[in-house]
Design a protein around this ligand. Structure first.
Ligand SMILES: [Zn+2]
Length: 239
């Protein structure tokens, strides 16, 4: 049976592994990735909406232009009609020319009204597209808010676990002899991974290689608090 210090060092390593897993879980939470994905989708829809809105403004400007022109035609026609009936023009040739102009203006007005109708229809179907995009953005935003609340809860839980493991580590290392702890921390810093392992069945449980009979014999003769390293991977061996 290994001494308490070695057992506590093994537990320290377990807690360190847990702490780094917790840090990773906090930094790379799947909900954060999901939120980023939905945000990107909403931003894409918003960009499309922007160009559709510009298209709609263009249609509105065109409609306004047609309205103005139709109003001008109406004014011109009432002017002509007034002159036709107020007796100021008597020459038949002039009267016929004016009647002809009035007829032409009426035909032009009809064409403009047809164009305007087409523009209004386009604006209507554009509005359907815009409404659909807006409801997509609204749904994205609602989902983002929901996931953000979920993520906040998850992070609070991870923080609590981290706090508990940190407190447990502080308690655990108090029972590890300082030189053993330094040896451990040096190995964690220089090579990482599993740096403390049991020597079981003649094999290092970090690299799973068998130690030579000579090496095992040598470790067997060491005091229970002596620090032995695996000749293969350098891990501190709990013997
Ligand atoms: Zn080893």
């Amino acid at each position: 049976m290994a001494s308490l210090g070695f057992e506590k060092l093994l537990h320290t390593q377990e807690l360190d592994t847990k702490l780094s897993q917790l840090a990773h879980a906090k930094a790379h939470h799947p909900l954060a990735a999901k939120i980023a994905e939905i945000k990107a989708h909403a931003a894409g829809v918003a960009t499309n909406v922007e160009s559709e809105r510009e298209h709609r403004h263009g249609l509105e400007r065109e409609q306004k232009r047609l309205d103005d022109e139709i109003a001008m035609i109406d004014a011109k026609r009432s002017d002509i009609e007034a002159k036709l009936y107020d007796g100021s023009i008597t020459a038949t040739k002039d009267l016929l020319a004016m009647q002809e102009e009035s007829k032409n203006l009426a035909a032009r007005k009809t064409r403009m009204e047809d164009t305007e109708l087409e523009i209004m229809e386009q604006a209507e179907s554009l509005q359907v597209v815009l409404d659909k995009a807006q409801s997509e953005i609204d749904a994205d935003e609602a989902k983002i808010a929901e996931l953000q609340a979920e993520l906040a809860d998850a992070l609070i839980a991870l923080d609590a676990e981290t706090e508990a493991a940190t407190a447990e580590r502080a308690e655990t290392v108090a029972d590890v002899p300082p030189d053993l702890l330094v040896a451990y921390e040096d190995l964690v810093y220089s090579q990482g991974g599993i740096v403390v392992a049991r020597l079981a069945g003649g094999a290092c449980q970090a690299c799973h290689l068998n130690l030579s009979a000579v090496a095992i014999d040598k470790i067997g003769k060491m005091g229970e608090d002596a620090v032995a390293h695996c000749p293969q991977c350098g891990a501190i061996l709990v013997h």
